[in-house]
Design a protein around this ligand. Structure first.
Ligand code: GDP
Length: 299
């Protein structure tokens, strides 16, 4: 698998690198805060997260401290760490049996891949897992999940051709419960045909899950692609209009300098970041740990 420090290398040398370069000087010039501001506002973290960091610097550091680069840098690092630490949160799969997970996100963000990786991870932990191919609008998604299933030897529930996503999810959860699976992970339709359309579909899939098991879904994971920067923040806004997002997965951190978007997403959603994707292989889905993440970014 990919090393976290390798996975985050582009973000580290990108926006964090530009920030840290500002702190290399012996003493900060008066415009330092302006310069930090400029880096932050062009870093894909979103204006709200950028403002938040700047305000914290202004509020918590006195005039002398703000003149000392090492102090400001250490403060920013600690501040980011504290923010991200609050977003750690492991899923408790033993809270429900079966434990039903809906995985949502627009096409292309890495939903299907994430499901394959996640199912494999849980299987290794000794859980019996059923994957449900609910993204019936995209034939390739159903096929792809089938490939993951073969590769990992994990069963995949597929509907009839042309069945709608909700009916596949209904039948999949029903089967999973009947056959005694520990975890049921459902792929969902992420076609962003029209906004209203997608939101209706999401609500319906959510409703259908609770029809089979009234406490389900026990987790709704929103998958976001770090590559898309500001768009990921917009997607977070959109999805939370339709469903309660209880967890976040941020994918493709390895291919982008836009990893700072994690801060913008945290401004938009209160939910924990369950996992991060740092590559295409099955082991490249990592539990999100703030310490490691910040260490790899600020090393
Ligand atoms: P979906 O449409 O949301 O189901 O997206 P897919 O699961 O089909 O993924 C789209 C592409 O992104 C595939 O080529 C995946 O291999 C790739 N992908 C997914 N997650 C990651 C990741 O963490 N890193 C990298 N580099 N590629 C990823």
């Amino acid at each position: 698998g990919t090393k976290l420090s390798e996975g985050l290398a582009k973000t580290r040398t990108g926006f964090i690198g530009r920030l840290s370069a500002l702190f290399k000087g012996e003493e900060l010039n008066e415009n330092l805060v302006d310069e930090i501001e400029e880096v932050l506002f062009t870093a894909d973290i979103g204006t709200s997260a950028a403002n938040d960091i700047l305000e914290a610097v202004q509020e918590h550091l006195n005039g002398d401290q703000k003149q000392d680069p090492a102090t400001v840098w250490a403060f920013v690092r600690q501040y980011v760490l504290k923010k991200l630490k609050a977003r750690e949160g492991k899923l408790d799969l033993d809270a429900h049996h079966p434990f039903v997970i809906l995985v949502v996100g627009v096409n292309g963000v890495g939903k299907t891949t994430t499901i394959g990786k996640l199912a494999s991870k849980y299987k290794k932990q000794g859980k019996s897992v059923l994957m449900v191919a609910g993204d019936t609008f995209r034939a390739a998604a159903v096929e792809q999940l089938g490939v993951w299933g073969e590769r990992t030897n994990i069963p995949v529930h597929q509907g009839e051709q042309d069945s709608d996503p909700s009916s596949v999810i209904y039948a999949g959860i029903e089967r999973g419960a009947k056959e005694g699976f520990d975890v049921i992970i459902c792929d969902t339709a992420g076609r962003l045909h029209t906004k209203a359309n997608l939101l209706d579909e999401l609500r319906k899939m959510n409703r259908v899950a609770s029809k089979v098991i009234d406490t389900a879904p026990h987790e709704t994971i929103l998958v976001l692609d770090a590559n898309t920067g500001q768009n990921a923040i917009q997607q977070a806004k959109l999805f939370k209009e339709a469903v309660d997002i209880s967890g976040i997965v941020l994918t493709k951190l390895d291919g982008t300098a836009k990893g700072g978007v994690i801060l913008g997403i945290c401004e938009e959603l209160d939910s924990p970041i369950r996992f991060i994707g740092i590559g295409e292989s099955v082991t490249d889905l990592r539990e999100f740990k703030a310490d490691e993440f910040v260490e790899a970014l600020f090393m």
